[in-house]
Design a protein around this ligand. Structure first.
Ligand code: SF4
Ligand code: ZN
Length: 317
């Protein structure tokens, strides 16, 4: 079977959403071009500094590799957080990541929950359970990660913070927020990031139109040695996401390209919804947390992160 694009090399991969058979080179080139197109649309190509939030998982390798192929690596800086999860965070993993980034000419900033929050994720979870708090590890993890990533973006004067979320992640989040009827959260998922506070660095997702199976194959073809150990807290992930994920798989299998169509339509619609909401109070500058000074949701005095620490007995007002 010959590749449908170059018509020279042997095809190795079938891309259901485009109906094409591709060779390894043309597949990699296809991913790169699609990331470049999205980056262009977001405005990344003109940014003077972009902070890449990298976990060490396959998507973060793909993010760094694709961006470095069309953006000068001096304008990219990577940031990694060690959450402090026993058996999951490993030194070798960060070393592997550093080696790969160095080859691309990208500096890596290392941080940890212990250093910047004062506690490892394990310590936060343990303490919250002792206090009888019914909050999942992922709630702690996601909230503090977002905060630290934003702080790091500000510290290096980044115009954007780029994360490795792929198409599957993005459509799952869109559907979950639709189910919850949370329109204000929902419009944050459009292709044009919203800046709800002057303290926020704009968050963008250059891989948001790349299927998860495609990032896996890209990483595999490039021979990346990525983190394959699963986080022990994954079982405490919200079940709604797992269900939506499963349903979307079935949908995509029956109608290849469905996820891409959803996100493209969503981007178009969210533009109009955004215009309609632009006068709402919630879309103006967010209030600041009385404790840490960081932005918090409208109507709150203390941010969710500080509240979690207080309720876990780790922070005293
Ligand atoms: Fe954090 Fe949850 Fe992901 Fe584990 S599964 S790394 S706790 S968000
Ligand atoms: Zn706070």
């Amino acid at each position: 079977m010959i590749c449908d694009v170059c018509k020279i090399r042997e095809a190795e991969i079938y891309q259901p959403h485009s109906g094409r058979k591709l060779c390894r080179n043309c597949f990699i080139e296809d991913i790169r071009k699609r990331v470049e197109k999205e980056a262009d649309k977001i405005g990344l190509k003109n940014a003077s500094k972009i902070l890449l939030a990298v976990s060490g998982g396959k998507d973060s390798f793909v993010l760094a590799d694709t961006l470095a192929s069309f953006i000068d690596s001096k304008r990219l800086v990577a940031y990694n957080i060690t959450e402090g999860i026993h058996g999951y965070n490993r030194k070798e993993q960060v070393e592997q990541l550093r080696k790969f980034l160095t080859e691309l000419g990208i500096d890596l900033i290392e941080d940890s929950f212990k250093e910047s929050v004062g506690f490892t994720l394990d310590e936060m979870v343990k303490s919250s359970r002792e206090k009888g708090l019914n909050v999942s590890a992922c709630t702690f993890c996601g909230g503090f990660r977002r905060k630290l990533i934003n702080n790091a973006g500000r510290l290096v004067n980044a115009d954007y913070v780029a994360t490795g979320h792929n198409l599957d992640d993005e459509v799952q989040a869109i559907v979950i927020n639709l189910i919850r009827g949370d329109l204000l959260r929902l419009i944050r998922f459009g292709d044009k990031p919203l800046k709800l506070s002057s303290k926020f660095v704009l968050r963008v997702k250059p891989l948001r139109k790349i299927y998860e199976w495609e990032t896996t194959m890209y990483a595999y073809y490039k021979g990346y040695n990525f983190q394959e150990v699963e986080c022990p807290y994954i079982i405490s992930r919200p079940t709604l996401r797992a269900k939506v994920r499963e349903l979307l798989y079935i949908l995509e299998e029956n109608k290849p390209g469905a996820l891409l169509n959803i996100i493209e339509e969503f981007d178009r619609i969210s533009e109009n919804v955004r215009k309609e909401y632009s006068t709402k109070e919630e879309l103006k500058e967010l209030p600041r947390c009385k404790i840490c000074g960081e932005p918090t949701s409208y109507g709150r005095e203390i941010c969710k992160n500080c509240e979690l620490l207080i309720k876990s007995g780790l922070l005293h007002q």
